[in-house]
Design a protein around this ligand. Structure first.
Ligand SMILES: *Cc1c(COP(=O)(O)O)cnc(C)c1O
Length: 353
């Protein structure tokens, strides 16, 4: 009998919420759909695609649309099949077996998973009780443990908190490790390091079309780094990782600069309103939950009865994310937020303290 090796033997496939829930606030997606006119142009591009040909391996048009959107040089950009592919690639290519990678929990769960597939040693430097990163502790531990790669999200999923630009700079400058800075949610905050990425020889920034830009279905992620690192990334990625249809659709989406920026603003407004109403609920029901100050498109709640509340919401057709004794709730449309708030308030009054 064929034996699976020990690094994959006990793994189970990723298990997203199945079943149909009228309100989905569980995956940090955008609640806005693409404008009709843009959809029509994407359809037109699809109709004229060269289906018999392999796609452009450097995704040149998409790369230049992305670079133009963010005001950087296309020479610094590598496209991936979602940031997820880039995370997997980074762990596998930039770490040798047994080398150390540092994560800062709570953080995106995929980081430690990809590290384990790469047979790396995972070193953790947990965030403090207020969910902030202790930069001095990270620097100290990175040096002590000879860490080769430090990977964290900023702002953080799931904590929703952010680390200031000045602190991120200090971290990068104080370690010899490669720093992979996952800025998946930076369209909702203003502390990006994209504009200065070329000043560092140990920094790779990840961005995505999946959150603010409302393109999760396209699976497009971007790694931005100085030319030497970009050259290495382009050399290790599989040549035809992005299909022609996704390249064309992503380029059209990113060329709609004003729409993209307006979408991010509307999502931030939704999060602000959700957060404000939750603050009012905290005043009404003191001591029942605490909430981090969000820099993202979701809120992160610390609730003792998290599981019962999560299940109660599901039973009412509202899907959010349960993470231990925390709940993560994506900011949705006005009606979605309102439905969530009403159900959450009713459930909080029902469940045992
Ligand atoms: C959603 C998310 C991503 C984006 O992943 P894609 O594969 O580009 O959809 C990356 N990092 C974090 C922390 C995220 O939450």
């Amino acid at each position: 009998m064929y034996e699976l090796n020990e690094k994959i033997r006990d793994l189970t496939p990723y298990d997203p919420i199945t079943g149909s829930y009228p309100i989905r606030l569980d995956a940090n997606e955008s609640f806005l759909s693409l404008p009709e006119e843009l959809r029509a142009r994407i359809g037109e591009a699809a109709a004229h695609a060269a289906f018999n040909r392999y796609p452009d391996p450097l995704a040149s048009e998409l790369t230049s649309a992305f670079a133009d959107f963010y005001g950087i040089s296309p020479d610094l950009v590598t496209v991936g099949d979602g940031s997820d592919e880039l995370l997997s690639l980074l762990c596998n290519a930039f770490l040798m077996k047994g080398e150390s990678m540092m994560v800062l929990p709570p953080d995106f769960s995929m980081y430690a998973f990809y590290a384990s597939i790469a047979e790396a040693r995972v070193v953790t430097c947990p965030k403090g009780a207020d969910l902030t990163i202790d930069v001095d502790a990270v620097i100290k531990k990175a040096r002590e443990e000879n860490v080769r790669l430090i990977l964290f999200s900023n702002p953080c999923n799931p904590a929703s908190t952010g680390l200031s630009r000045e602190n991120v700079r200090r971290l990068i400058r104080s370690v010899s490790a490669l720093v992979v800075l996952d800025e998946a949610y930076m369209d909702f905050w203003d502390q990006s390091l994209l504009q200065e990425v070329e000043s560092y020889d140990n920094l790779i920034i990840l961005r995505t079309c999946s959150k603010a830009l409302g393109g999760a279905a396209l699976r497009l992620g971007f790694a931005v780094a100085a030319p030497r690192l970009t050259r290495a990334l382009r050399a290790v990625k599989s040549p035809y990782n992005i299909g022609s249809l996704a390249q064309a659709a992503g380029a059209l989406l990113l060329r709609e600069k004003e729409w993209g920026r307006e979408a991010a603003r509307r999502i931030v407004a939704s999060r602000e309103s959700l957060q404000q109403k939750l603050r009012e609920l905290q005043e009404e029901l003191p001591g029942r939950f605490s909430m981090a100050e969000s820099c993202t498109n979701f809120v992160y709640l610390d609730v003792p009865q998290a599981k019962a509340l999560y299940q109660g919401l599901l039973a009412r057709g509202i899907a959010i994310r349960l993470m231990g004794d925390h709940l993560r709730v994506t900011a949705g449309s006005e009606q979605e937020n309102e439905s969530f708030l009403q159900a959450f308030r009713a459930l909080l009054s029902e469940v045992e303290v």
